[in-house]
Design a protein around this ligand. Sequence first.
Ligand code: KIV
Length: 257
Amino acid sequence: MKKWNVASVRAAKGVTKLGCTTAYDSTFARLADESGIPIILVGDSMGMVMLGYETTLPVKIEETLSAVAAVARSVKNAMVVADLPFGSYQCGDDVAMLNAVKCIQAGADAVKLEGGARVSGLIRRMTQAGIPVLAHVGMTPQSVNEYGGFKRQGKTEEAANEILEDAKTVERAGAFAVTLECIPAPLAAQITASLSVPTIGVGAGPDCDAQWLVMHDLLGLNEKAPSFVKKYASLADEVRKAFSAYVAEVAHGTFPQ
Ligand code: KIV
């Protein structure tokens, strides 16, 4: 199988719907890759599912870089996308470029950043420098303090139009795909039909070209997963069972023999 890249992801639009996920370490990245996941995002969701924070805001670029390197080392076919964390692209475009370059040098094939029109200049500059960019509009978790919580966006006509315009603007700026997070399904369908690049939805209904599910949510490791999530396994139960069996066997002297 050939490694996924910007061209093959774009070519999948209207042909194959892609189930994409996140990973933050080499073991799970390898398992996702071996299972045919086309795009692995080293998401800033790492802050919540790996590091125990309430939001994604505390994640540092150094943490992202170390996770990107671990994931990239274990992946053969999936495209690896580094999610630029909060603060790594808000303090001036030169700093943002430098951080994006570090992600590519750590092994990422592309970077993702949140925002629409307000980051379109940066997206243009990155793509012109040869750094593929995956955009992210709708509910952008790094704006949680502006929203007052992780709240579905695009509920009024005005808000929906703004998200549609944001999506068109980031496509014009050169984004090779656009993440649509937590927006009404009809709006996601409208955006998907309006763009020539793929949309990747998360909590945005069935009509996007591709889907994200955070790995811990889809595997049932995160017991606080959002309601739109489908769990494809219940690993939290399995892990607890394995740990308890081990503790009991050591206590009873049945392991080791
Ligand atoms: O950080 C993340 O995992 C994400 C996905 C939900 C798209 O941004």
